[in-house]
Design a protein around this ligand. Structure first.
Ligand code: F6P
Length: 552
């Protein structure tokens, strides 16, 4: 297929946007009382309301036609069938198989991969059980009380998000800590309060070659030895999760303590694999299986529902509507739940590492914008930080608002107040407030500076949002939510014609860092071959560090 922007439906969507851009959602709601019914979906414990978008039935029809033009159904089948759709790395994309029921049959290169997935899950489950039952103990006989996950990107964000989100489901056996940053303070601050004899380290790295992770793992090992641990005892205190078991064993972790996963699981899609070990240690296997089941339910929905009732397809298409046809550059995500505070960061990697691409699958330069900038922050806090710009700024910022209807904590009053804020924001962003309404609020006595004040108090509204309400934030619903976003990203990648499953763009910086690091460490600066700015900065830093005896 030629590039999607050459299709007639692409042109029609541009024309349709020009014809409808002056419509105000407030008027659409006034004339369409059943808008909520027509533009919302209920899936198990998740409700998606997309009625507060600048769309009509015709918009939805055209967007669905766009999906058909991009042969989305065929791509969904190719994903399901384990074809090597990650074309640049010649790999299948099978994270959905990780959450398939144990009796499923899913083939990659002629091999049913489900038995090996289940075998690893079983092994990891047995390990979790040993730690929980205190059969797995530290070298001095103390039970494991603290688990430190050392990983970065997909080997950190997913497990951390899910562990925090599902804290109310913790079985209370171990406390989880996450270390990712190359800033040594991250590890040092984490270890400060820990007793090495009751601490387990998980070295989580798909490639087992990520320098940040290896440096932190090395430093953790040195700390463990300095705290009275022995080289032999490392086996009781370090386990690895990786698809590169030889590298993990070369690091000194015995093969029995290495939990594998496969090259057909992308790092940012790996929380469902053994990379989810911190989650399993926190919430136990029963809850983790519910998490997998929720994601599987979303897979089944995505693979089978007609596009007009398919939540990931609709979210993907709405994103494209704004990103491409309204030229909105960003997409904000506002989780109204403290447990979901890392969701924006998780979605940044999921979406921007997947769809931040400028060439098509086969390398042709694309003539349109692809992945949006994903950003966001936990709601209500964000209301007091950046919502001003959403309400009265000049930019169109499509948003996702996410909240559980029922809370876990005992502070029910808090949650009701938060729900009210949540609903108020999407209503305000949609409706806005016009001059007549502002004047009516002043009543009979207008202030003497009304000319200045009136325009400041008007809200244009028409700011689009999707609302996602979870019945409650439980493992099943969280699994559904994360799989929903995974598939949304897939839908957008297919329509833009890009490979969402590689990430060559993060390699270049790593390559340059490898060159700069020895230069910074050298006692005597070698001759520098960078641009004048980088050379100048290296000299400046080197000099400062030399003066303070901070080399290497
Ligand atoms: O940032 C690039 C990246 O390769 C991500 O895709 C990945 O999640 C992260 O680094 C960590 O990689 P690994 O799990 O191999 O250490």
């Amino acid at each position: 297929m030629s590039q999607i922007n050459l299709s007639s439906v692409w042109v029609q969507l541009h024309q349709h946007q020009r014809a409808t851009r002056h419509l105000h959602m407030r008027d659409l709601f006034a004339t369409e009382p059943d808008r909520f019914q027509r533009f919302s979906l209920r899936l198990d414990g998740l409700l998606l309301d997309y009625s507060k978008n600048r769309i009509t039935e015709r918009t939805r029809d055209l967007l669905i036609e766009l999906a058909h033009t991009a042969e989305l159904s065929t791509w969904i089948k190719r994903l399901q069938a384990g074809e090597p759709i990650n074309i640049s790395e010649k790999r299948a994309v099978m994270h959905h198989a990780l959450r398939a029921p144990a009796d499923s049959e899913i083939y990659v290169d002629g091999e049913n991969i489900v038995p090996s997935i289940q075998a690893v899950l079983q092994r990891v489950g047995e390990f979790v059980e040993q730690v929980h039952q205190q059969h797995w103990r530290g070298h001095s006989g103390k039970p494991i009380r603290h688990v430190v996950n050392i990983g970065i990107g997909g080997s950190d964000l997913g497990p951390m998000l899910v562990t925090r989100a599902l804290k109310p489901y913790s079985v209370g056996k171990v406390e989880l800590h996450f270390v990712s940053n190359l800033d040594g303070r991250h590890l040092a601050d984490t270890l400060e309060a820990l007793d090495a004899a009751e601490t387990l380290f998980i070295v989580a790295s798909k490639s087992f070659s990520t320098p940040e992770t290896l440096l932190n793992a090395q430093a953790a090992r040195e700390w463990f030895l300095a705290q009275g641990g022995s080289v032999e005892a490392i086996q009781q205190h370090f386990v690895a999760v990786s698809s590169n078991i030889p590298a993990a064993t070369a690091f000194g972790i015995s093969p029995e303590n290495c939990f594998p996963f496969w090259d057909w699981v992308g790092g940012r899609y790996s929380v469902w694999s053994a990379i989810g070990l911190p989650v399993m240690l926190s919430i136990g296997m029963t809850h983790f299986r519910q998490f997998l089941a929720g994601a599987h339910a979303m897979d089944c929905h995505f693979f089978s529902a007609p596009f007009a009732e398919n939540a990931p397809v609709l979210l993907g298409l709405l994103g494209i509507w704004y990103n491409t046809f309204y030229r909105a550059h960003t997409h904000a995500v506002m989780p109204y739940d403290q447990g979901l505070s890392r969701l924006p960061a998780y979605l940044q990697q999921l979406d921007m590492e997947s769809n931040g691409k400028r060439v098509g699958r086969c390398g042709a330069r694309l003539d349109f914008n692809t992945g949006p900038i994903i950003w966001g922050e936990v709601g209500v806090n964000s209301q007091h930080a950046f919502f001003q710009l959403l309400h009265q700024g000049t930019r169109l910022v499509p948003c996702d608002f996410i909240i559980p209807a029922c809370e876990h904590g005992k502070l029910k009053t808090h949650h009701t107040a938060m729900l009210a804020n949540f609903l108020a924001q999407t209503e305000a962003l949609m409706r806005g407030k016009n001059e007549a309404e502002v004047l009516a609020e002043f009543g009979a006595k207008l202030p003497d500076n009304i000319d200045i004040l009136l325009p400041q108090k008007v809200f244009p509204g028409n700011q689009p949002s999707n609302t996602l309400i979870l019945d409650s934030l439980n493992p099943y619903n969280l699994g559904m939510l994360l799989a929903l976003y995974e598939h949304k990203v897939f839908v957008q990648g297919v329509i833009w014609g890009i490979n969402s499953f590689d990430q060559w763009g993060v390699e270049y910086g790593k390559q340059l860092a490898r060159k700069i690091e020895p230069e910074l460490r050298a006692g005597q600066l070698p001759s520098l071959q960078h641009d004048a700015s980088t050379n100048g900065l290296i000299r400046h830093i080197h000099q400062l560090r030399q003066q303070r005896n901070a080399l290497p």
